[in-house]
Design a binder for this molecule. Structure first.
Ligand code: ADP
Ligand code: MG
Length: 225
């Protein structure tokens, strides 16, 4: 089953100097359920922009995006919100944790927003699962980079998303910690049979994925390295 289908996607931004800045030119990408895909490309090549489009956070200038065979452009605000809550998980390079919530509260947040009474209990089992049993009441400022990313991963997965978008999840971590985090991420992706779209500069990490794509000059091409 096709989870995500991008057809002829173009994206341009208004240039501060006037005119437009074309970031993505003609992106075509079809991803099947359970596939793991790595996207690599230089800084500024448009990788984060591409993920924002997949997440429905930004709209393409032209082209269509289908999620589970439905066009995202036809979604109502409610449908889009449900898609983000039920289907999608996102992990960022900069963690994006809430500074005024502790580790447990950060992980529980997506469930709290859905008024799930078990939120904290479920979050606690996730913290155990990712090896942060003893960090529940730590605030982000009291956690290491690797620990912050673990919290962010648990938060992204607590809704059991079928599609996980990860934007350079190890980009801010040292090599050893990055490897640990990648391992945790891949174990969970396999365990939950999630579909993964991973933006990374790490060749080894890209190697573990089923397919690899290079984003260059606005175009995405599968590569065989
Ligand atoms: P990457 O993630 O590959 O480093 P980005 O997707 O963040 O690249 O950015 C691609 C290009 O798009 C950059 O040149 C950036 O300056 C530009 N860009 C990104 N977001 C915006 C925006 N909201 N408005 C204008 N230009 C943007
Ligand atoms: Mg980026």
């Amino acid at each position: 089953m096709t989870v995500l289908n991008l057809k002829n996607i173009e994206k341009s931004y208004p240039s501060p100097k006037g005119g437009t800045l074309q970031i993505l030119q003609d992106i075509n990408l079809k991803i099947e359920k359970g596939e793991t895909i790595a996207i690599i490309g230089r800084s500024g090549s448009g990788k984060s922009t591409l993920l924002s489009l997949m997440a429905g956070l930004e709209k393409p200038s032209s082209g269509t995006i289908e999620i589970n065979q439905e066009q995202i452009a036809t979604f109502s605000e409610q449908q889009l919100a449900n898609f983000r809550k039920q289907t999608l998980g996102i992990v960022f390079q900069q963690f994006h944790l809430m500074p005024y919530l502790n580790a447990l509260e950060n992980v529980a947040l997506p469930l709290e927003l859905q008024k799930n009474k078990q939120a904290q209990k479920i979050a606690a089992t996730w913290l155990d699962k990712i090896g942060l049993k003893n960090r529940k009441t730590h605030y982000p400022s009291q956690l290491s980079g690797g620990e912050k990313q673990r919290v962010a991963i648990a938060r992204a997965l607590i809704n059991n998303p079928t599609l996980l978008l990860a934007d350079e999840p190890t980009g801010n971590l040292d090599e050893a910690t990055g490897e640990e985090i990648s391992q945790i991420l891949f174990e969970l992706v396999k365990e939950k049979q999630m579909t993964l779209i991973l933006v990374t500069h790490n060749k080894e990490l890209a190697q573990v994925c089923d397919k690899r794509f290079l984003l260059q000059q606005g175009v995405l091409n599968e590569i065989t390295i």
